[in-house]
Ligand binder design. Structure first.
Ligand code: GLU
Length: 608
């Protein structure tokens, strides 16, 4: 996504403002960098223009929150298939002055008229692809309110200021690269179903816009301008809200569409009433580090915390790398059994947070890890409720833990999302994951407004039986459980590392594996990010998904001898992160290769 630079313009910031120059835009870009070390602030994202937008805001005196929102809004232009104002996200913020961590949760929520029954037909769950590309899949978007709330409470700039870089790029355009082309190609048939999506995203003859062509989105620029002028109210009330509700009620399906598209049930009041939440982070400890993550409705912080607690019982220095990887996979399997059973929207379900994070519970759950041979198997959940500090804490459903889901019903691989990492000269840090769920979300562009609507409702679980209990079933007004895991690690009160990733439920294992690579196996952060990935998520087949490079490794061969089985997955995740070095510099890190490579920048490069 990131190979757009205009040689006619000197430097990244100028490149952004010169992007309308079509002659210059075809000039090959200088390479982006996946790592940068320096002072005065830093940013890493999957897209060079988004990183540049964050650095522009930092250089202008904005703080890490301002920069993160500027980067997210820019991703909404240049990587509109991953995160945009039609979606939601989770932001973990370190406030340097107060030495405090807060989170801004702006997850999409189910419309009030949405209920479980809508996801079954003739007693069976509606097939995933049908739900995904439909009005039914769209949750009430959270990003605009989340951005505004984060800026109001913890930022120094207004939405109107931080949206400027994104508006400029939407108007002036950017050059389509291989990644953008491939993302469009994978979704052509979905986009062709909707006149608005085809018009914005495809050529007049229904093909992906070619690599090297200039993509402009004046309608999104107009939408951003409305938000810049009117704040979040301009999004959640008024013409944008009406356009969203109208689009979902009557998706703009082309005549002779080859398939049925279900309408949604969102009302204007769902948008008008949307609230982002400031939530306490999930806090756990690991070998002397303090780990902060996102609480429910994301399962990220709790699952990472539990897995690390399990791993804390083993000393990496005392064993081979293969032995430790074996434990990493088993710890992940055990944590996912609990995550799937117990974590959901905390406003609807009593999530046993203290129990899941209790060191005693981890000691108990460690017994479920098979240290000798990890046969492919699906583990049942444990009972964290008996480890709650408050013994009267009981699951709200008399039926006990969630029903088994069987083979995934509303779960697909190849999901998209994006992670943004920023820090400023004062030492504030933002670790921010945002999404529209699948690559291209619901596939539906709001006509005249230039953005795709999310399909986040597909993150609810729909058990095979319409009456089986489950913590994460669709319910009116509920937030679907997420796996997004923006993470921050401190030691003795000082920041050490911040990171996160996209990748659906593999987000959790990617964050876990990268932390283990860095904190336990001693890899520098860039190496920890680049290392081949393997993901164990307690799926019914018991197998681990792994990248081909991992499957081809000697470690994988040794793990197979210990009973592990792997399925090849293609690329897993796309991490960005920050490493806070002992000398006071910060190293910003992005993927060197995955998703076409990301971009890391600092305000002042070290040594200059
Ligand atoms: N919707 C997913 C979640 O909230 C993220 C999708 C992705 O990362 O691709 O967990």
């Amino acid at each position: 996504m990131r190979r757009l630079f205009l040689a006619a313009c000197a430097g990244v910031l100028l490149a952004v403002s010169c992007a309308h120059d079509k002659a210059a835009s075809s000039v090959p870009a200088p390479p982006f960098k996946p790592e940068a070390t320096g002072r005065g602030g830093a940013a890493a994202t999957i897209d060079v223009r988004a990183t540049a937008a964050a650095i522009e805001i930092l250089k202008d005196g904005g703080n890490a929150v301002d920069a993160a929102v500027a980067a997210a809004a820019t991703v909404g232009v240049t990587d509109l298939y991953s995160c945009a104002i039609g979606g939601g996200g989770f932001m973990v913020i370190y406030l340097a002055d107060e030495q405090r961590v807060v989170t801004v949760e702006h997850r999409e929520k189910a419309p009030r008229a949405l209920h479980r029954g809508l996801f079954y037909e003739n007693g069976a769950p509606i097939p995933m692809p049908e739900v995904m590309t439909s009005g039914l899949s769209t949750g009430v978007p959270g990003n605009v309110r989340g951005w505004e709330l984060a800026l109001e409470r913890y930022g120094t700039r207004r939405l109107s200021e931080v949206l400027k870089p994104a508006i400029r790029i939407a108007e002036q355009g950017f050059e389509v690269d291989e990644t953008f082309f491939e993302q469009t190609t994978r979704n052509v048939e979905r986009f062709k179903l909707f006149s608005s999506s085809a018009q914005l995203l495809l050529t007049p003859d229904g093909k992906p816009r070619p690599v090297g062509s200039v993509f402009t989105n004046p309608e999104l620029a107009k939408t951003y301008r409305l938000v810049a002028k009117g704040g979040s109210q301009a999004f959640y009330r008024g013409e944008i809200a009406q356009a969203i509700v109208g689009t979902l009620a009557r998706p703009p399906v082309v005549p002779d569409a080859p398939r049925k598209v279900r309408p949604g049930v969102m009302q204007l009041s769902d948008l008008a009433d949307y609230e982002a939440r400031v939530r306490e982070p999930v806090k756990s400890t690991y070998r002397g580090y303090t780990v902060y993550g996102m609480p429910a409705p994301s399962s990220g912080g709790l699952t990472v915390g539990l897995a690390l607690n399990l791993l804390e019982g083993f000393e990496p220095a005392s064993m081979s790398r293969v032995d430790f990887l074996h434990r990493y996979l088993e710890a992940s399997r055990v944590s996912f059994a609990d995550r799937t059973a117990y974590v959901a929207d905390p406003e609807y379900v009593d999530v046993p947070v203290a129990g899941l994070l209790s060191k005693d519970y981890a000691a108990e759950r460690r017994k479920a890890m098979d240290l000798a041979s990890a046969a492919a198997r699906e583990l049942p959940p444990g009972n964290p409720f008996s480890f709650q500090e408050d013994p009267s804490f009981l699951p709200r459903t008399a039926a006990g833990p969630s029903a088994s889901l069987g083979p995934s019903v509303l779960d697909v691989p190849n999901r998209e999302t994006t992670h943004i990492s920023t820090t400023d000269k004062a030492g504030n840090i933002v670790s921010y994951t945002c999404t529209i769920e699948a690559e291209g979300g619901s596939g539906i562009v709001v006509p005249g407004y230039g953005f795709l609507l999310n399909n986040e409702v597909t993150d609810f679980d729909v058990p095979p039986s319409p009456t089986a209990p489950h913590a994460n079933i669709p319910e009116p007004g509920k937030r679907p459980r997420s796996s997004m895991s923006p993470t921050l690690v401190l030691k003795d009160g000082a920041p050490v590392v911040a990171l996160g990733s996209p990748g659906g439920s593999t987000i959790i294992t990617t964050v876990l594996q990268t932390l283990v690579n860095h904190l336990d196996l001693g890899m520098p952060l860039l190496e920890a990010v680049a290392a081949p990935r393997v993901s164990q998520r307690n799926t019914p087949d018991g197998k681990s998904q792994a990248e081909p490079e991992f499957i081809a490794s000697p470690e994988a061969a040794a793990l197979k001898e210990r009973g592990h089985t792997f399925t090849s997955s293609g690329q897993i995740g796309a991490v960005t992160g920050l490493r806070f070095n002992p000398d006071g510099t910060v190293t910003a890190v992005a993927e060197p290769k995955r998703r076409g490579g990301g971009s890391a920048m600092v305000v002042e490069e070290a040594g200059r």
